[in-house]
Write a protein that binds this ligand. Structure first.
Ligand code: CTP
Ligand code: CA
Length: 224
């Protein structure tokens, strides 16, 4: 029924969206991750599908059901996500990277469970190494594609997000305030600012993630 009340302005468009956190294995039972719930990325996938797009959602581990009508690819680590995204981007018209990719992973993930000091006699230390920047790789080979990123920031929101947009060669970045009540990780609402390559800026009031998703698609729609 919803379909009757939303525009079908993305009919014929292929949209690739990433959502959720990634998990970087320390050993078979432990991992490094972050507080991303996947709600914002899933809301965009759902909204885009309703507006007629053909949507592929590459999702890290989240507790959400795959949106109806959306091809959902589940991944665990940043390297898995990189493979899935770089493999699917060729056929995409629009790429929206909402995922909170873990910036670091354990340099060597153990294949056996790490035991406590009373059994090993050694203090535990974990060497970490940097993950590939997926969005930066996407930006490098974007060509005609419209590429949007998210920037999770606790401070200097607009400045930091603008730097990321430039560094990663994006058309747009969503500056996302995190670490405050009602916005960012795990919340059902979000407080964002849209920033565009041409210097345009739109401050969006605190809204439901689904309303933020539609506002984001409105902005992309007029720029295609
Ligand atoms: N991103 C990515 N691959 C990474 C890290 C980030 O694709 N290894 C993407 C995210 O999906 C997001 C954007 O880059 O769309 C910005 O992520 P963010 O964590 O805010 O920025 P970073 O470049 O990782 O910088 P920092 O965490 O140091 O602020
Ligand atoms: Ca990061």
């Amino acid at each position: 029924l919803d379909k009757l009340f939303v525009p079908c302005d993305f009919t014929g468009k292929k949209i690739l969206i990433t959502a959720g956190p990634t998990r970087e294995a320390i050993d078979p039972v432990r991992y490094i991750s972050n507080h991303s719930s996947g709600k914002m990325g899933y809301a965009i996938a759902e909204a885009a599908e309703k507006r007629g797009a053909e949507v592929t959602l590459v999702s890290g581990p989240v507790a959400l059901l795959p949106p109806l009508g959306v091809e959902t690819v589940r991944v665990e680590s940043a390297r898995d996500m990189a493979d899935a995204v770089l493999g699917a981007m060729d056929t995409a018209d629009i790429i929206i990277k909402v995922a909170a990719v873990a910036d670091y992973r354990p340099a060597d993930s153990r294949d056996k469970k790490i035991k406590k000091k009373d059994q090993t006699g050694e203090d535990l230390s974990i060497n970490i190494t940097e993950n590939p920047d997926i969005l930066r790789a996407v930006g490098k080979k974007k060509q005609h594609r419209f590429v949007a990123g998210f920037a999770a920031e606790t401070n200097d929101l607009v400045e930091n997000a603008t730097l990321k947009m430039d560094r990663k060669n994006l058309d747009m970045i969503v500056a996302n305030k995190v670490g405050v009540e009602g916005s960012g990780f795990e919340a059902d609402t979000n407080k964002v600012t849209f920033l565009f390559r041409d210097g345009t800026r739109r401050d969006v009031p605190l809204m439901d993630k689904s309303a933020v998703a539609h506002a984001l698609l409105d902005e992309i729609g007029i720029r295609l």
